[in-house]
Design a binder for this molecule. Sequence first.
Ligand SMILES: Nc1ncnc2c1ncn2[C@@H]1O[C@H](COP(=O)(O)OP(=O)(O)OP(=O)(O)O)[C@@H](O)[C@H]1O
Ligand SMILES: [Mg+2]
Length: 229
Amino acid sequence: MNSPAAHPLALQGVVRTYRTGAGALPVLRGVDLTLAGGEIVALVAPSGAGKSTLLHLAGLLEQPDGGRVIVDGRDAGTLADSARTAIRRDRIGFVYQFHHLLGEFTAEENVMLPQLIAGKRRAEAAARARALLGAFGLSSRLGHLPGKLSGGEQQRVAIARALANAPRILLADEPTGNLDVATASVVFDELLATVRREGVAALIATHNPELAARMDRVVTLRDGVLAPA
Ligand SMILES: Nc1ncnc2c1ncn2[C@@H]1O[C@H](COP(=O)(O)OP(=O)(O)OP(=O)(O)O)[C@@H](O)[C@H]1O
Ligand SMILES: [Mg+2]
């Protein structure tokens, strides 16, 4: 069940219902999705359809009410919290619409931190951070604090951080949704190029059909289930 050939990510019959004061709100009603190694899939749906919910479940940030989330052949629902945390740290990278960088650390340090937490040596973590940030054209911004970077630069650092531990899966929730159209297009192309070069499988939520068309495959979320675009 844990062979390297296993799919990086599989969702099987995933159900998520929010309990609110007004009653039960079913958001995911049985989501099935399999990502092949290195495959880049666009997740397209209107606002409120459940994209963030689905990504949080896939990223093991939340647990489904039904169904299974399987990462590299391991059913996350059967694992202890410590094992789930280790999978999240070592195998999954997450990019949010707003960068969520740590404001008191430099760009380089933000990309080093997940590696240091995973036990990498400082010199090794710094070398990887510089290589990733260099691929995003940020070699001259290594020492900048996030507040001194442009929006596009902040998002590039956030993507580099998500890839820092060479995950098997990148999950991105409208990673360029906060940028102007021209910057979004450039950052998105850099994201795809880096993800392809690193051989990472990716599930990327976007509202933008033009960006979705640049990925390998598009799935849409409608009425709580996924369908091919
Ligand atoms: N913690 C929660 N409790 C109750 N309802 C929630 C909760 N989180 C999300 N929802 C509801 O679930 C639905 C799906 O939310 P979600 O954030 O996954 O949508 P989305 O597709 O990411 O939307 P957007 O494109 O606006 O980011 C929405 O109707 C939302 O109001
Ligand atoms: Mg969302």
